[in-house]
Write a protein that binds this ligand. Structure first.
Ligand code: WQD
Length: 354
């Protein structure tokens, strides 16, 4: 979805309905910020906004708007005295991006350029970007420092790389412009209340939402993509990080922007790698029974290991992933059991359009 978070004077912010986005709203609200959400609701639900209000007891302003609609963005930017933007935007499936690259580039690059244009016209100088570990491609060293070479292997990853580059160029051109590029590793889990979590449309691309749908009986078994990787059990390693920790990373990045740092880059990861089989075991423990899976060939585009070296963010943002794998699995299962179909079926119409 086209979703972004915008911090306004007195800290009004927009939030994306992506799990890490809507969780970021909750954390911002609970840390005394105000929030405005802008979403084209392409495959998101306004219900997520109502849940945020339920969790926090605070009002969330909402505008239905596509970031490809520059005039719509302008209207919103002119409604508020904007301080900063956090931009999570866009489509996020690696495999899908190889099938419809133009949609990925148009949605992500043109959408971001529109956003930056609306910011420029209203003198907004602070930007936090939701980037991804996928920009590292197949990294030479594990754990991965921010200085690891960039080498995306798919259009999705390249959209992240290109936007990072645009922001670096913008910061080089305008000494008052500040951008924090946050390279997410693998967000997992859900809000502890069980009121909010990932609600993928169709078949989930990602491991944990798929696994929780197996647990709830929506999918018959997990296909494990590859057991011939050079790892302890042959399955691929990722750095799973709780969505609440990812959200708190954004609050820390916003604080960093207040110091006028220019362009800064951080890994948002735990620093702990887990194999697919270890994630299945962790979920079995949370669910209380063994979830079925079958070993299948590797998924094209996957790499052996993406584990963060999070020490730069730990130090410079004074931020650290605190939640455990068990908390990720328990919160995910709590969300899934309370919302067997995610936000499906909650089709409340949003109050305002751009
Ligand atoms: C994790 C591991 C799969 C599904 C991508 C993006 C990244 C981020 C998360 C947005 C891999 C294996 C998966 C399945 C499996 N996107 N797997 N069976 O590919 O590491 O990262 O999504 O925030 O930017 O690059 O995440 O969850 O798809 O896969 O075996 O049904 O689980 O092979 O090893 P990935 P993932």
């Amino acid at each position: 979805h086209n979703m972004f978070l915008l911090l306004v004077e007195q800290a009004i912010s927009f939030i994306p309905c992506l799990p890490s986005g809507s969780h970021t709203v909750v954390e911002l609200l609970e840390h005394g910020q105000n929030v405005v959400v802008v979403d084209n609701l392409y495959n998101a639900s306004y219900e997520a906004i109502l849940r945020i209000e339920q969790i926090t007891g605070k009002k969330v302003h909402f505008f239905k708007c596509d970031i490809l609609n520059l005039d719509g963005l302008r209207k919103v930017f002119n409604k508020f005295d904007v301080w900063s933007v956090i931009h999570f935007a866009g489509l996020k499936a690696v495999g899908e991006s190889t099938q419809i690259p133009l949609a990925y580039y148009r949605n992500s690059i043109t959408g971001t350029l529109n956003l930056l244009q609306a910011m420029n016209e209203t003198n907004v100088k602070n930007f936090v970007f939701s980037s991804s570990a996928t920009v590292y491609g197949n990294p030479p060293v594990i754990p991965i420092p921010e200085t690891s070479p960039i080498g995306s292997t798919n259009p999705y990853g390249r959209t992240k790389t290109f936007i990072e580059q645009i922001l670096m160029d913008l910061c080089a051109a305008d000494p008052n412009f500040n951008a924090a590029l946050l390279r997410y590793f693998n967000p997992a889990g859900a809000h502890p209340s069980g009121l909010m979590g990932e609600s993928p449309n169709g078949v989930p691309n990602n491991l944990m939402p798929f696994l929780s749908q197996v647990a709830i009986g929506k999918r018959d078994k997990l296909r494990v993509f590859g057991d011939d990787y050079p790892t302890k059990d042959g399955t691929a390693i990722r750095d799973y990080i709780h969505v609440v920790d990812v959200s708190l990373g954004h609050l820390a990045a916003l604080e960093k922007l207040k110091t006028n740092p220019g362009c800064v880059v951080y890994n948002l990861g735990s620093g702990e790698g887990s194999t697919v089989l270890e994630m299945i075991q962790a979920m079995n423990k949370a669910v209380g029974r063994k979830l079925s899976y079958e070993l299948c060939p590797r998924r094209p585009g996957d790499v052996t290991n993406l584990t963060a070296d999070p020490s730069k963010a730990n130090k410079e943002l004074n931020w650290k992933a605190e939640k455990t794998l068990d908390e990720m699995c328990v919160s995910l299962w709590n969300w899934q059991t309370k919302n067997p179909n995610g936000f499906e079926g909650f089709d409340v119409n949003p109050p305002a359009e751009c």
